[in-house]
Design a protein around this ligand. Structure first.
Ligand code: ATR
Length: 281
């Protein structure tokens, strides 16, 4: 049987876990697939995607920094991708690309199914307003959170995110400088890339946390160390990194392509064995 071609596009891409995750899902489901990592510079992304399609590519994952360029390359989009303004999953339909974003549903699946959390009614603070924040915000609102407060270093980007959500009232922005006056939250999500800068440290107000707070960093590994350390010192009830979301978003992409949602526990356990939650051995 000839395997269909799939790929993940990004830059850098060498350390992406996606080829490995999809290969494991394919073995598990008895689906032959050829999934590779393609390194594409931003000004070469559109051409690389076209070449991939011409060579028989039928599906792709998209990671930084191409999620918005991929959005622009799509002829059709799911409504959640339209709200996010970014896509991480492409599906070839005829000679066109159909785009979806599975990051948000991946996050929600990780928090609800793996961590057993009920998101309904949670007052939620989303820190950051870049591609990652845009990708998860619609799914959080759809999961029934009470209120989404978005804080970003550059306030205009937070305003743009809220405008795209189309839920004025339930989703609002506040200034970073005013974080001390926001009260407390049952869910706090770090969607910034600040942790990639080793000199950055998270000095968020302790008053954001209450006895129920779950803190989530969408990053994992070294990039999550600073926020996770803050969340622990602030006394958060649950502390979660982005490794589970990574596996769950992949499973949702696999579902789009192969019409079956793979079991994720084995792959998650394998990756967790290699990437301890920051601060744990
Ligand atoms: P991604 O796709 O990972 O979201 P991005 O679109 O470049 O990447 O967005 C990065 C996010 O991290 C933004 O919210 C950014 O804030 P700005 O919009 O003000 O740039 C945030 N960020 C990056 N470094 C940060 C830092 N040191 N402190 C606070 N926020 C930071």
């Amino acid at each position: 049987m000839t395997a269909d071609h799939y790929a993940v596009f990004g830059q850098p891409i060498a350390h992406s876990q996606s080829p490995r995750i999809h290969a494991a899902f394919g073995r598990q489901e008895g689906t032959a697939l050829d999934y590779r990592a393609i390194d594409a510079a931003p000004d070469n992304f559109a051409a690389a995607l076209e070449a991939f399609a011409a060579s028989g590519g039928v599906g792709a994952n998209i990671t930084a920094p191409h999620k918005q360029a991929a959005f622009a390359a799509c002829t059709t989009l799911t409504s959640r991708a339209r709200r996010a303004g970014a896509v991480n999953t492409l599906l070839r339909k005829g000679d066109r690309w159909h785009g979806d974003t599975t990051d948000g549903i991946g996050l929600v699946r990780d928090l609800t199914d793996r961590h057993g959390l009920d998101l309904r009614g949670r007052r939620t603070l989303l820190i950051g307003a870049g591609g990652s924040a845009r990708s998860v915000a619609p799914a959080l609102l759809d999961a029934g959170i009470l209120e989404l407060v978005v804080v970003n270093r550059t306030p205009e980007r937070a305003d743009a995110l809220i405008d795209a959500m189309g839920e004025p009232g339930r989703a609002i922005t506040r200034y970073w400088e005013d974080m001390r006056e926001l009260g407390d939250f049952e869910l706090i999500i770090n969607a910034t890339s600040a942790g990639h800068d080793r000199s950055a440290d998270f000095k968020l107000p302790l008053g954001l946390v209450n006895s129920m707070t779950t803190a989530v960093d969408l990053n994992y590994g070294e990039a999550a160390i600073a926020f996770i350390a803050w969340a622990r010192s602030a006394g958060c009830r649950n502390v979660v990194d982005g490794l589970g979301m990574l596996v769950e978003q992949a499973a949702e992409s696999f579902l789009q392509w192969h019409a079956v949602r793979p079991q994720t526990d084995a792959v998650y356990a394998e990756l967790r064995g290699e990437h301890a939650l920051a601060g744990e051995d």
